[in-house]
Design a protein around this ligand. Structure first.
Ligand SMILES: Nc1ncnc2c1ncn2[C@@H]1O[C@H](COP(=O)(O)OP(=O)(O)OP(=O)(O)O)[C@@H](O)[C@H]1O
Ligand SMILES: [Mg+2]
Length: 267
C-alpha cells in the first residue's frame, strides 16, 4: 500500500524548467516553444507558463501574445489540452499556485518563459525551477547572461547554458560556447533556422518539417533539409535536457574506454 503510493507519487512528479536571460532577444521564447515540441514528440504532457510582460493579454484582442499565437498554431497541429497547456502568470503567488496545480493535473514538464527584466514573478519562476536553461544567440548575450547568473542566481549547479540560433554559423556558436566559460553548456545546440524562428506562424516543428518534405531533386529541398536538421536538433536537445533533469551529463567520447565496446557517449 505504502509502496504503491510512493510509486504513484513518483510517477506524477513534474519537472520544472525555467528559461533565463537578463538580455532581450536571447532566444528564450524560441527555445521554450522548441523544447515543448521536443517533449510533446516524446508523448509527454507539457505546460508552458508565460511569465513575461505579455502574460495576461487578451487572446481574442488585437494583440495576442507570442505564446497565445503559438498555441493557436499548435492546436491546428492537434496539440491541445490536456497534452499541451498555456498558463499565464503575473504574480509570484500565481507562479507557485499554477505550478502546483499543473503538477496535480498530471503535467510531466512545465516550461517557464521569463522576461529579460527580472522582477518578483520571474524570481518566483527561477525559485521553483529544477533546471534553469540560459540560452544565448551570440557571445554578447552569453556575456550578459554570465553577469545575470551572478546577480540573480548566485552559485548554482542547476543552470545549464544553451547555444541557440547563432546567425553566423559554427564559428559564432563555438565562440558563444567558449564565452559561457565554466558553466555547464548543453552539447546539443539549436541551429539558426526558419523552422525555429517561425514557430508562431507554423506551430509544431515536426508538422512543419513534414509539410515541406520532398525528394532531393524537387524544388524546396533545401528548405526541407534545413527544417529537418532543426527538428533533429530539437529532439536531441529534449533528450539531453531529460538526462540533465535526471542528474546526468553527456560527455564527449574521447576514444578511450574502460569497456571493450566503444561507446560514443556516456551519460
Ligand atoms: N534558433 C533560432 N533560429 C532562428 N532565429 C532565432 C533562433 N533563436 C532565436 N532566434 C531569433 O532571435 C530573436 C529573439 O528570439 P526570442 O524572441 O526567442 O528571444 P527572447 O529572449 O524571448 O526575447 P524577448 O526579450 O523579446 O522576449 C527572434 O527574432 C528569433 O527569430
Ligand atoms: Mg521572449
Amino acid at each position: 500500500m505504502i509502496l504503491s503510493t510512493l510509486i504513484s507519487r513518483k510517477a506524477r512528479l513534474m519537472h520544472t524548467i525555467t528559461f533565463f536571460a537578463n538580455k532581450g532577444g536571447s532566444g528564450r521564447t524560441i527555445a521554450t516553444m522548441a523544447l515543448a515540441c521536443g517533449f510533446l514528440a516524446q508523448g509527454k504532457r507539457v505546460a508552458v507558463m508565460d511569465c513575461t510582460d505579455q502574460a495576461g493579454c487578451n487572446p481574442n484582442g488585437p494583440h495576442p501574445s507570442t505564446l497565445q499565437n503559438w498555441m493557436r498554431q499548435m492546436a491546428a497541429c492537434k496539440f491541445r489540452p490536456p497534452q499541451l497547456e498555456l498558463i499565464e502568470c503575473q504574480t509570484p503567488g500565481e507562479v507557485e499556485d499554477c505550478a502546483a496545480a499543473a503538477d496535480a493535473r498530471g503535467i510531466d514538464i512545465l516550461l517557464i518563459d521569463t522576461a529579460a527584466r527580472i522582477r518578483e514573478p520571474q524570481i518566483a519562476a527561477l525559485g521553483i525551477a529544477e533546471l534553469v536553461i540560459a540560452p544565448a544567440i551570440s557571445p554578447f548575450e552569453a556575456r550578459c547572461i554570465l553577469d545575470g547568473i551572478d546577480e540573480y542566481l548566485g552559485p548554482t549547479e542547476d543552470v545549464m547554458c544553451l547555444v541557440n540560433g547563432c546567425r553566423n554559423g559554427a564559428p559564432e556558436a563555438t565562440e558563444t560556447r567558449r564565452t559561457f566559460g565554466h558553466f555547464a553548456v548543453f552539447h546539443s545546440e539549436l541551429p539558426s533556422a526558419e523552422a525555429l524562428s517561425d514557430q508562431i506562424l507554423n506551430g509544431d516543428i515536426g508538422h512543419f518539417t513534414a509539410s515541406l518534405a520532398c525528394r532531393p531533386d524537387k524544388p524546396g529541398f533545401a528548405r526541407y533539409r534545413e527544417a529537418q536538421d532543426a527538428w533533429t536538433a530539437v529532439q536531441r536537445l529534449a533528450f539531453e535536457v531529460e538526462f540533465a533533469l535526471n542528474g546526468h551529463r553527456l560527455e564527449l567520447f574521447d576514444g578511450h574506454s574502460a569497456y571493450p565496446i566503444k561507446r560514443k557517449a556516456v551519460a
